[in-house]
Design a protein around this ligand. Sequence first.
Ligand SMILES: [Zn+2]
Length: 383
Amino acid sequence: MLLKTEKVFTTMQYINSTIFFTILFFLTSCSVFLYDKPSKNTVSQLKQSYEVSLGSGWTEEQANRLLVTFDFIYQDSEEPNPNLNPSVWKISNTDLQEDFKIESADNLDHITLRSDIFSIQESHEENAQETILSNQPFFRVVAQFVTEDWTNISVVKQILKDGTDRDRIVLVLKEMYGLSLVRKDTPEANKIGQKLQKYIGELRLSKFKNQELVELMSVYEKFPKGLHKIPKLKYLIRSPQAPYAGSAWIVADCVEYAAATFSIKNENEFQRVILHEKAHFLWEYALNGKLRKEWSDLGGWHKDPNNKFGWAKTKSRREFVTNYAFSKNPNEDWAESVSYYLLHPNKLRSASLDKYEFIELVMLQYTDGDVPFKRLKTLTSTD
Ligand SMILES: [Zn+2]
């Protein structure tokens, strides 16, 4: 009797639990279908390892991608628990203009991501590194959050050191220095060609080698962070037979390098060419007219219609870093002096302490890489 009762009860229990689990399964699968919330495991790993909390609306896939990206950036790090500010990551409900926004308040960073950032360039690659880097905007958010200094990120370092992956090099060149390469027969090439026609005739382009681009970036690094991107310096071109090692074409927003420049054996000479050409863009866009005049006065420069370059100077050769700086005009003097400031500051200091100090004050106003580039009105204030 007892046995029978137990059996009936067990059958009832079985039926009940089947119904219960069927309903539960249905609910679970429904919720998976409708909204796949981040798992407890992912949430706690983000919190424990990186002090990251998630706002509402994240799916498990997105949360996991955030975690994997953090892990990826810190994969070679010696500190397993980086000292990051606590942060809250939200997905924007309204459309953000940019891919993301980072704000800080009360020792808490708020990162808002544009909602479509996860749908950009989905990868089909098996390799984790490929997958992470394939969503470049998303990788960039995390990279930028963990450090303002891209070059300290092991992955970026790896890309630069390795120097074999064209797409990555082009990405870093664009992201860090705002520079694009110009390929033959593209609208950019045609536009630049038209602008330079009267100076160089037909524009002839040759392809940069990966290693050359990596070398260029390593030289550009010598400028303070706030000068890495100059909005009007947009393109790099490489010409097979350019007469000069480098030319700064302000009219076409580009610097042209002769192919032969990359065969310069003297490292110092090579770096000087690269720094010199970029410095011409600073002359044009970082200094206002008043500051250009102040610089010109330091060299005793004054306009002279009888001189073949239109300029004469009162100071002697020993106050200039090179013959070239001495022979042409204040702009060339500036470009040469800036390259010496960055490579051989002592030589500039001994040629002209005033010029050294002038350039130093300019550079000091561009140390912060987060402040958008703008033209200086004075050497002493930061506004
Ligand atoms: Zn020059």
